[in-house]
Design a protein around this ligand. Sequence first.
Ligand SMILES: [Zn+2]
Length: 473
Amino acid sequence: MPRLAFLGAAQTVTGSQYLIEAGGRSLLVDSGMFQGEKQLRLRNWAEPEFSPAKVDAIVLTHTHLDHIGRVPRLVKQGFRGPVYCTPPTKDLAEILLLDAAHLQKEDAGYLNRKGLTKHSPALPLFDEEDVREAMELIRTVPLGRPQEVNHTFSFTYRDAGHLLGAASAHVTVREEGRETRVLFSGDVGRFDAVLTKDPDLAPDTDYLVVESTYGNRTHPELSVLDQLEGVLRKTFARGGVLLIPAFAVGRSQQMVYLMDQLVTEGRVRAFPIHIDSPMAIDATRIYASYPESSKAGLGNIGGRSLLHGRWIHLHRTRAESEVLNKMKGPAVIISSSGMLSGGRILHHCRVRLPHPENTLLITGYQAAGTLGRALLDGVTSVRIHKGDVPVLAEIRDLKGLSGHADGGEMMRWLSGVGSAPRAVFVTHGEVEAAEALAARISRERGFPARVPALGEAFDLSPGEAAGPGPEVL
Ligand SMILES: [Zn+2]
């Protein structure tokens, strides 16, 4: 009987990793890093519950580190099978994993220099060489094309509408002449979102593994364009600079797209946009190279390339970034990190926050303990690079850009499922969010839904008798 184990993102939002075993074969769906609190992060160092060398393949849903960040380590530990993902996910994974390797090297170096580690020396989880080895194992599979892994497993990707390249994976398990289908939602995006397409509705399946990041919430219905127009007008009327902290992949591209739309529609006069992040520049190029994967091709909006527009300025080097310190408004600076936990955005905050004509626009979730959260909570002074910085700039919060469906949108996504699956496993959410979505699925659809614990495993009762097996070479 096939068996499904929940090795991450169970009663928590990070560390996605699911193991299916059947007929002596095994397949991992996602292998992401645990992030956030220390006891979670320590799990990244734990020995895996399986032998990496014996896993046949990994199927990745999308490029966020909490879904792919443990892959280089598994390769280091002996995994040698193919790693499947969509073509955009491969391109984005390379820049994100190399960046993660670089950050870990810096963190380990810092701990060693300061003597802050019990381990001597402190080591990164993986390094750039591990990333290169992992990238060699990647095989790309487009959306909608069935992919055979071996006699036991095959899968098809479906658009998850969450981020460029993000997919749900519909896995078919064949064992003793019977087929069992398991749909892994991956992260499901919103309907009518900025730039990303609507998610494909979930199809009929035997089992469902469903994310629940915002399973107990309802996103506010506010026009993102109206909010942004208001912030731009007010800041520019003061002659100020609008500072936008944004994650380099996804959020930065959405912000450029929204501002271009406001200018194209004549709602705001053209103004310079400075993208101050090498990773955001690389990611935007990748977005532009897959025009069919987004609602609008970033390479060709209004008949011209967004990245090479007259008003877009790209800043790769530190020297190019420092030039911005003297710039006067009206202008926009987009930089990372999105939660102001590090990166070049901190320099811009040091320069811009003490002046009341400027605005800092938060565009995403700010975790507790981050500088972004403190600013949203209204602090009047912040500490950056060992100096006190008074906060006189206006702090605003742009609502409605979440990359995750809310509870109602998850139900809409599930509306594609006609006949009841044998079980729905609700994962990738804090306990309250997961429990709330599971209860709603049981109540509104009558599907048996449960919230698995970390490490829990279930036997999957096999489905229909299979037709003649596929030819596998
Ligand atoms: Zn994600």
